[in-house]
Design a protein around this ligand. Structure first.
Ligand code: HEC
Length: 198
């Protein structure tokens, strides 16, 4: 190393240490507003956005999408969606909900917006950290999650009446739609006293 380079590298190092110390002091001070009713500052928002988009893209890329046009699959997904998703993602029969205005990030209105199937499957199964989106894979098998994805491809453009009709025809939502519980005659099993979700 030439002697003229040494002061330069020392300067870079000192700057990095100062920046890290400054960032740590800012976090420790508690001045950042973590409340859901105050939007992120621009740099934090941009960072979170990039982190979320790159992560979902990378993780969803390898998925194989099954046939999502099967009417029985769409019908099952309709029942799932009506039971678990509308409070946050709305439906063609809902203008707003009590929970949605206060959520940050705001959940997309999935009755209007069509989401790419791989992306939808991955997000539904794994959820999104630091947002209200739960990981439904903890209580639902892959087949059930694909049924939700199939329904999500159909719902944008449905009228309120069409939506109500398909939900009325949908099979009831079991509390835990897991592989072990998908044998044919499980409808009389004990739901542990949990209230029916439909
Ligand atoms: C408690 C609120 C809540 C519930 C209930 C909920 N979600 Fe979400 N969901 C969110 C939020 C918030 C986001 C956006 C997160 C973000 O942008 O970081 C989201 C994102 C998504 C996305 C990704 C959209 C995109 O364009 O990337 C899909 C798909 C989705 N949810 C499907 C569902 C389904 C299906 C259900 C029901 C099984 C459901 N969600 C239930 C809050 C919820």
């Amino acid at each position: 190393m030439t002697t003229s380079l040494r002061p330069f590298l020392f300067g870079v190092l000192a700057t990095l240490v100062l920046l890290a110390a400054g960032a740590a002091a800012f976090v420790w001070s508690g001045r950042y507003d973590i409340g859901a009713d105050a939007p992120h500052t621009r740099p934090v928002f941009a960072l979170m956005q990039a982190l979320r988009e790159r992560s979902i893209r990378a993780h969803a890329a390898g998925l194989t999408v099954p046939d999502l046009t099967d009417p029985q699959l769409v019908l099952k997904g309709a029942g799932q969606y009506a039971a678990m998703c509308t409070q946050c993602h709305l439906s063609p029969a809902m203008a707003e909900s009590e929970i949605r205005p206060g959520l940050y990030p705001q959940p997309p209105n999935l009755s209007r917006e069509r989401v790419d199937p791989k992306r939808a499957f991955w997000v539904i199964k794994h959820g999104i950290k630091m947002s209200a989106m739960p990981a439904w894979g903890a209580s639902h098998d892959d087949a059930t999650i694909w049924s939700m994805v199939a329904f999500l491809q159909k719902v944008p453009g449905m009228s309120a009446q069409e939506y109500k009709d398909i939900v009325a025809r949908a099979p009831p939502d079991d509390d835990m739609d897991m592989d072990a519980a998908t044998d044919t005659d499980h409808h009389d099993h004990d739901h542990d006293g949990a209230p029916a979700a439909h």
